[in-house]
Design a protein around this ligand. Structure first.
Ligand SMILES: Cc1cc2nc3c(=O)[nH]c(=O)nc-3n(C[C@H](O)[C@H](O)[C@H](O)COP(=O)(O)O)c2cc1C
Length: 464
C-alpha cells in the first residue's frame, strides 16, 4: 500500500490544486501542451484570489498588437568568439544517469525540433545527447565529468576536446543546485555502467566522487579565473555559473571580484530551493538554500548595483512550468528561464516519486532497459518541443496583454502579491530593487549594505 500511495493519491485522492511538488493542474497543463490537446480551462480560476498565496500580473487597457513572433537572447556578446542566440526556455540540467538513455535522447531530439538548448547536467555528454544533434549546454560539476583526470581534478585537454563539439553552445560551471545545495555525492560503482563510464570518462564499476567543493578554486577571484579559462579552452563559447543562493555576501563577493579583475561569467543561472533532483537528503531539500525569487533578486541587485548587468545575463529555474511563471521571473530580472521537471512531465512523468529508487514506471528516471520500453523517442520528442513552444506562446500572450513589446520590459511593479485577504502590493514594494550602480557610489544607503560590507573579492568567508 505504501508503494501504491503516490499513484492512489495522484489518480484518486488529489484534487486539481493539490499534488506536490507539482499540483495536478500544473502537470495537466504540461501534458495538454505536450500532446497538443486543448490547454484551455473552463469556468474561471479555481484559485482563491483572496488567499495570501495569490499573485497576479497587471495587464494593460492597451494591449499591443505588433509583437514579434519569437524572441531570442544573445549570450556572450562582446566577450565570446562564439556568442549563442538562446531560446527563452531551455531544458535545465539533468544528467544521463539520473535520467534514462531514452529520456535524454527524446529531450535532445525535442530541443533540436524546437530550436532550444538542452543542458547535459553533471554527467557530461553521452552518446544519447549526441545522436539527435540538438544544442547542448555542457554542465561541469565538481566531478568534472568528461574533463576529469584519474585523480578527480580538471583535465584541460579533455575539456578542450569535448567543448570543441559544434553541438556544445555554452558551458555552465555548477556550484550548487536548490534541491541539495552544498552537497557532493558518490555514484556507487554498481551504477557506473559501461555507457555511464564512457560518457563521464571514469572507470566502469568503480565508485566516483563529486566533492561538495570544487577542487580547482577556493576564492571568488579564482572562480572567475577558472570561468575565463573554460571560456578560452572552449574556443570562446559563453561560459556561466549555476548556483542556488545561500549567503548573500558570497554573491556580492563575486561582484567585487568582477569589479577588481574585469573578468565575469557570461551568465548566472539561479536555481531556487524549490528546485528538483533525482535524489537528495530531505533536510537539504526542505531546509537549505534560498527560494528562487529572493535568490534571483540578490543576483539581480548585485549585477545592477555594480553596473555589471549589461555583461552578465540571468537565467532562472525553480518550478517554472507556465507562461505566467516565466513572466514573473522576467519581471524580477531574468533574461531566460530553464525547466527540468516540467520537461519530464512533457515526456510522460506521472510524479510517482521513484526517481531515487530507479524504478520509474514511465522509463524516465531509471537505467533499467525494460522500464524504458514504453518511452518511444519519436513520439515523445515532438511533445517536448510542443510543450516548450506552447509555453512561450503563453508568455507572448501575457506580454501582449500587458501592453509590452518584449518580456524584458516587464517590471516588478507590474506584478502583485497578496499579503493578506484584504491587502496586496506590487513586487517593487515588497522586495528591494537596487538602482544602477548604487553599490559603487553609496552602498550604505541600501538594505544590502551589510552583505556588501562583508563581501571580499579574495575570499568567500564573511569579512568585517
Ligand atoms: C532528475 C533531475 C536531475 C537533475 N540533475 C541535475 C544536474 O545534474 N545538475 C544540476 O545542476 N541540476 C540538476 N537538477 C536540477 C535542475 O536542473 C533544476 O535546477 C531544478 O530541478 C529546478 O527546475 P524545475 O523546478 O524546473 O525542476 C536535476 C533535477 C532533476 C529533476
Amino acid at each position: 500500500m505504501e508503494d501504491l500511495r503516490p499513484f492512489a493519491q495522484a489518480y484518486i485522492v488529489e484534487d486539481d490544486l493539490e499534488g506536490r511538488p507539482f499540483s495536478h493542474q500544473a502537470r495537466s497543463l504540461v501534458y495538454a501542451r505536450a500532446k497538443g490537446d486543448l490547454d484551455k480551462h473552463p469556468m474561471g480560476t479555481e484559485l482563491d484570489v483572496y488567499s495570501d498565496e495569490y499573485e497576479w500580473v497587471g495587464h494593460s487597457i492597451a494591449p499591443t498588437s505588433d509583437v514579434a513572433e519569437e524572441w531570442r537572447v544573445t549570450v556572450g556578446e562582446g566577450s565570446c568568439a562564439k556568442p549563442y542566440s538562446s531560446s527563452l526556455l531551455n531544458i535545465s540540467a539533468m544528467s544521463f544517469g539520473s535520467l534514462s538513455a531514452r529520456a535524454i535522447e527524446a529531450l535532445n531530439m525535442g530541443a533540436r525540433l524546437g530550436n532550444f538548448a538542452h543542458n547535459t547536467g553533471e554527467g557530461s555528454i553521452s552518446r544519447y545527447h549526441r545522436a539527435p544533434g540538438g544544442d547542448l549546454i555542457w554542465e561541469l560539476g565538481s566531478g568534472y565529468f568528461g574533463a576529469r583526470r584519474d585523480d578527480g581534478r580538471f583535465d584541460p585537454d579533455k575539456f578542450r576536446d569535448n567543448a570543441a563539439s559544434d553541438q556544445v553552445k555554452m558551458i555552465e560551471l555548477k556550484l550548487s543546485q536548490g534541491a541539495k545545495p552544498g552537497h557532493g555525492g558518490v555514484l556507487p560503482g554498481a551504477k557506473v555502467t559501461k555507457e555511464i563510464a564512457e560518457a563521464r570518462g571514469v572507470p566502469q564499476g568503480q565508485d566516483v566522487n563529486s566533492p561538495a567543493a570544487h577542487p580547482e578554486f577556493d576564492t571568488p577571484i579564482e572562480l572567475l579565473e577558472f570561468v575565463t579559462r573554460l571560456r578560452e579552452l572552449s574556443g570562446g563559447k559563453p561560459t556561466g555559473i549555476k548556483l542556488c543562493v545561500g549567503q548573500p555576501h558570497e554573491i556580492f563577493a563575486l561582484g567585487k571580484a568582477m569589479l577588481e579583475t574585469g573578468m565575469h561569467p557570461d551568465f548566472i543561472t539561479v536555481d531556487g530551493a524549490e528546485g528538483g533532483t533525482g535524489a537528495a537528503p530531505l533536510e537539504l531539500s526542505n531546509s537549505v538554500g534560498m527560494p528562487l525569487r529572493e535568490g534571483q533578486i540578490f543576483v539581480r541587485n548585485m549585477l545592477v548595483g555594480t553596473g555589471l548587468k549589461h555583461k552578465v545575463k540571468i537565467a532562472t529555474s525553480g518550478k517554472i512550468h507556465s507562461g505566467a511563471q516565466m513572466a514573473k521571473s522576467f519581471a524580477l530580472g531574468a533574461d531566460w528561464c530553464n525547466a527540468a521537471r516540467p520537461f519530464m512531465f512533457s515526456l510522460g512523468c506521472v510524479q510517482s516519486m521513484n526517481c531515487h529508487k530507479g524504478t520509474c514506471p514511465t522509463g524516465i528516471a531509471t537505467q533499467e532497459e525494460w522500464r524504458q520500453r514504453g518511452l518511444v523517442i519519436e513520439d515523445k520528442a515532438p511533445r517536448v518541443a510542443r510543450f516548450q513552444r506552447q509555453t512561450l506562446h503563453s508568455l507572448r500572450e501575457i506580454t501582449i496583454a500587458m501592453g509590452l513589446q518584449t518580456p524584458w520590459e516587464m517590471k516588478p511593479l507590474d506584478m502583485r502579491e497578496r499579503i493578506n485577504g484584504a491587502r496586496s502590493d506590487a513586487f517593487d514594494k515588497i522586495y528591494y530593487f537596487a538602482e544602477e550602480g548604487v553599490l559603487l557610489d553609496r552602498p550604505e544607503t541600501t538594505p544590502l549594505a551589510r552583505h556588501w560590507e562583508a563581501a571580499r573579492a579574495n575570499s568567500f568567508r564573511r569579512g568585517g
